[in-house]
Design a protein around this ligand. Structure first.
Ligand SMILES: Cc1cc2nc3c(=O)[nH]c(=O)nc-3n(C[C@H](O)[C@H](O)[C@H](O)COP(=O)(O)O)c2cc1C
Length: 197
């Protein structure tokens, strides 16, 4: 069986989604995938980013990773995408990046690639379900195949139970969070492996 190629793509203002991306990448590697960890470019003005110590520090941490390119997406068989919630939807940085992919959409370059998504929000019911669903809606326009966790593993009865994708509040990933992200990443790898044959 071929080794699935997985792009773990993240946007993070304060670090939480960066942590989720790191956990997903580790789990995907352990599940047998070739993995690239890629950051979604910042769109906020530099003065705004530098005006908040926590935002500036995260921007510096994220800069260790390459910005996601169209070539990365063509390379990948599957994508693990994680992003904060903003006003009940995905972060505008993530939306802005998706809006640059029209060329790939037109070429059908993402057809039949898999995707799974996660999101964070300040409040437990602050909109992660909507943010994740919006990600899948856009992915469906690309002809991508959403691979969702559902309740197919018992960890979903421990992690808050968002069946569309892992969701969490800001901060360090908990032990349960690590297991849930690992489950979702492994499921992505396993199903992608079946699809690519
Ligand atoms: C402009 C803005 C809008 C936000 N909107 C929401 C929201 O609708 N619901 C919520 O619970 N949290 C909201 N938050 C909090 C973020 O979701 C939270 O900071 C983020 O999930 C942390 O992820 P990060 O550490 O990867 O940046 C918002 C934050 C900002 C800055």
């Amino acid at each position: 069986m071929a080794k699935p190629k997985i792009a773990v793509v993240f946007y993070s203002t304060y670090g939480t989604n960066h942590g989720i991306a790191a956990a997903a990448a580790k789990a995907a590697e352990e599940a047998g995938a070739d993995v690239r960890v890629l950051r979604i470019p910042e769109t906020a003005p530099e003065a705004v980013v530098n005006g908040q110590d926590a935002w500036k520090a995260q921007a510096e941490r994220a800069s260790e990773f390459p910005a996601v390119s169209n070539d990365d997406l063509v390379w990948a068989d599957g994508i693990f995408l994680t992003s904060p919630t903003r006003y009940g939807g995905m972060a505008s940085q993530t939306r802005a990046w998706l809006d640059t992919l029209g060329g790939l959409w037109m070429q059908g370059a993402l057809v039949n690639k898999t995707i799974t998504a996660s999101a964070t929000s300040q409040n437990k019911n602050g909109g992660t379900e909507g943010a994740i669903q919006q990600t899948y809606v856009s992915a469906m326009h690309f002809g991508m195949i959403p691979v969702v966790p559902g309740y197919a593993d018992s960890v979903k009865f421990e992690d808050g139970g968002n069946p569309y994708g892992f969701s969490a509040q800001p901060g360090e990933l908990s032990e349960v969070g690590h297991r849930s992200v690992a489950y979702q990443a492994k499921r992505l790898v396993d199903i992608t492996a079946k699809l690519i044959g």
